[in-house]
Design a protein around this ligand. Structure first.
Ligand code: CCH
Length: 292
């Protein structure tokens, strides 16, 4: 049933500022993780986009294929159903926006609201009407691997070494969840603040393998058991071409903010082909398929 507020202020098609405001207004969620859904929204935007393959021009944020089991059920996307569910009221209030636009815009708004840079964002993504164009599974990075794997995954999208390191700085945000990826813990002591802390942690502390039953991850004895690094994070300081960028971004906040804004905007544009008159999918909470 429509509330009075909805009836009094219907959302005007194309009013992206209104959508931005509504996304910003739901970021603080005291009962969720570290008190903000910002980090998981950034991860949603990234995983929506990071399936892109430059050679075949498939994958990318266009389509919002994660609504379908084919893509949403990829083990790499475990936990992102929470991000999509949090955004559902925003979609219901602004039904004209496509999911593909909403998810990428949510990442951009979250970065900004958590103290990060303004990342350029343009609308115009369309939503798939079925799962036939979902990218194959296995295109997203596996945290258990090393530098060669990172290059294989990110070169496929069209990124270079500097861009790989700049993107990874998003790990100042959020945390690993044992019931999603199997790994456990945040990378930074301020996981809801966009910062250079990830690079500082990597360069200023010595990381050693954690002795536990779970998947291989790293810990520092002075920092305690909470903070962590993945094998792929360690690869950034083990590789001679990556490490100069890690050191640079640890020391130069302005360079990191600028480079991150550029590369995140590039990421969410991958595979986007615009048409003037695009249609949005109906709100998905009313459709079948997105397993809660
Ligand atoms: Fe990441 N990331 N990420 N990541 N990631 C995880 C969480 C976040 C890898 C693995 C993981 C990027 C790159 C990589 C975020 C942003 C980005 C987790 C924990 C794993 C594992 C998932 C869980 O358990 O919930 C690997 C491997 C790479 C390789 O490069 C890039 C690029 C970005 C964005 C620009 C954010 C944010 C999170 C926190 C999510 C949350 O729920 O708190």
């Amino acid at each position: 049933p429509k509330t009075q507020k909805d009836a009094a202020s219907p959302s005007r098609k194309g009013d992206f500022d209104a959508v931005r405001n509504d996304i910003a207004s739901i970021l603080d969620q005291p009962d969720y993780d570290d008190g903000s859904i910002g980090p998981v929204l950034v991860r949603l935007a990234w995983h929506a986009s990071g399936t892109y393959c430059a050679e075949t021009k498939t994958g990318g944020s266009n389509g919002a294929g994660m609504r379908y089991e084919a893509e949403g059920g990829d083990p790499a996307n475990a936990g992102l159903e929470h991000a999509r569910r949090f955004l559902e009221p925003v979609k219901e209030k602004h039904p004209w926006i496509t999911y593909a636009d909403l998810w990428t815009l949510a990442g951009v708004v979250a970065i900004k609201e958590m103290g990060g840079p303004d990342c350029k964002w343009k609308p115009g993504r369309t939503d798939f009407v079925d799962d036939s164009k979902c990218p194959p599974r296995g295109r997203l990075p596996d945290g258990a691997q090393a530098a060669e794997h990172l290059r294989f995954i990110f070169y496929r999208m069209g990124f270079n070494d500097q861009e790989i390191v700049a993107l990874a700085g998003a790990h100042s945000l959020g945390r690993c969840h044992s019931d999603r990826s199997g790994w456990e813990g945040p990378w930074s002591v301020t996981p809801t603040k966009f910062s250079t802390q990830y690079y500082k942690m990597l360069t200023k502390f010595k990381w050693e393998e954690k002795k536990w039953e779970g998947p291989r991850q790293f810990r520092n004895e002075d920092l305690g058991e909470e903070l962590m690094m993945l094998p792929t994070d360690m690869a950034l300081i083990e590789d001679e071409k990556f490490i100069p960028w890690v050191k640079k971004y640890a020391e130069d906040r302005d360079a990191f903010y600028k480079d991150f804004a550029d590369v995140f905007s590039k990421l969410i544009e991958l595979g986007v082909e615009r048409t003037d008159d695009y249609e949005s999918a109906p709100t998905f909470s009313k459709a079948e398929g997105d397993k809660k």
